[in-house]
Design a protein around this ligand. Structure first.
Ligand code: JFT
Length: 274
């Protein structure tokens, strides 16, 4: 997979040389190129921003450097994008659709991702509109990492590239962890432990040392269900009760969730003595 990132802080992407993403790059499974947007300015100050039409606080990124940067990056050629491929343009923005694991899986199957990393109050809206009309661009995705406020797109790109890179075939030595993820789809993780058996007075749950793989699997599943019920009611509401076994249903019922008329989980109001 080829990844190009355009922004005014290319050094922000240095962590992509480390760990799993770094190894994906050194093994040739992933190619990442960070471009400095200011390379496509023509004034002595290398200006990338201007005041917003309509007024208001802050500055907006000018469209011209972005247009020229995308012209150059999307042209590919020597050291450029994959021959014959079209790029998915990914535009992190606070108003984008949520970035999810499903989107990471979609991206992992693509040959070429191009990211814009904006700053200030955002990028002139015509940049994404014009890019969507380009033949080298297969689609433009405006995405957001979540409902909190970052100062620009770079941190989002670090997150998205890591989420995608670990899904590329051959990047994880042992892809068991991937199939385990899909097996527990829609639930939070169960707690994990390693040696020593007792640490600072806290014992590893006895069942995990029992060697009884059936009971261990059940304990992990129940732990995941209880944790999900406790902290992510939205995930419980999205579960299909028909896909759960009797023990799952009993655990969720004890945690206050039962299937309703509509076949979805609904919270049971706690019983209070009068
Ligand atoms: C913030 C962002 C994401 C994501 C891109 C660009 C400028 C600063 C800003 C902050 C608040 C309102 C602009 C960005 C994000 C997220 C992404 C930009 N800013 N307007 N903030 N929070 N979850 N992805 Cl370009």
């Amino acid at each position: 997979m080829r990844v190009d990132v355009i922004g005014i802080f290319p050094e922000y992407l240095a962590p992509l040389e480390l760990s799993i993403v770094g190894r994906a790059r050194t093994t040739g499974l992933l190619e990442v190129v960070a471009h400095d947007l200011r390379d496509w300015t023509h004034d002595v100050h290398r200006t990338v921003d201007d005041t917003p039409y309509g007024g208001g606080a802050g500055m907006v990124m000018k469209p011209e450097p972005w247009g020229e940067a995308l012209d150059a990056v999307l042209a590919g050629g020597p050291g450029g994008g994959p021959a014959g491929a079209r790029a998915r343009l990914v535009v992190p923005t606070p108003g984008g659709r949520p970035f999810t694991q499903a989107l990471a899986e979609e991206y992992a199957a693509l040959p070429w991702l191009v990211f814009t990393c904006g700053r200030y109050e955002g990028i002139d809206a015509r940049v994404a509109a014009q890019a969507a009309a380009r033949p080298e661009v297969e689609a433009v995705d405006e995405v957001s990492l979540g409902d909190y406020v970052l100062a620009g797109g770079e941190a989002a790109v670090l997150v998205i590239v890591e989420a995608v890179a670990r899904l590329l075939p051959g990047v994880l030595g042992n892809p068991d962890s991937l199939s385990e993820e899909s097996h527990t789809d829609g639930l939070l993780e169960y707690p994990v432990y390693t040696k020593p058996q007792a640490w600072r007075g806290i014992e590893v749950p006895e069942i995990l040392r029992s060697g009884d793989h059936g009971r261990i699997a059940r304990w992990r599943r129940d732990s995941a269900l209880r944790r999900t019920a406790a902290v992510r009611p939205d995930l419980v509401a999205a579960l299909d009760p028909a896909g759960l076994d009797r023990a799952d249903l009993a655990t969720l019922a004890a945690a206050g969730w039962v299937p309703g008329e509509d076949g979805r989980f609904r919270p049971v109001p706690p019983c209070v003595p009068d």
